[in-house]
Design a binder for this molecule. Structure first.
Ligand code: ZN
Length: 66
């Protein structure tokens, strides 16, 4: 049984010539570590890990430069 904790991944990109960060895309992350694991949740499909309070959906921000 995987942990199954969820998070929202938001990928942002800077807009050339400005200081604005534009939300590029979002994806849902699901922890695929075994249930009851220690430490941060991990989604190996998306290569992200995050910490979250139990029962809360975390938001993970990732910045990519063009
Ligand atoms: Zn987890």
């Amino acid at each position: 049984m995987p942990c199954g904790a969820k998070a929202v991944l938001i990928v942002t990109k800077s807009v050339q010539g400005t200081t604005t960060n534009l939300a590029q895309r979002r994806a849902e992350l699901t922890c695929d570590a075994p249930a009851g694991h220690a430490g941060a949740h991990t989604d190996s499909t998306h290569g992200e890990s995050w910490e979250a309070e139990a029962g809360k959906v975390a938001t993970v921000l990732r910045h990519e430069d063009a």
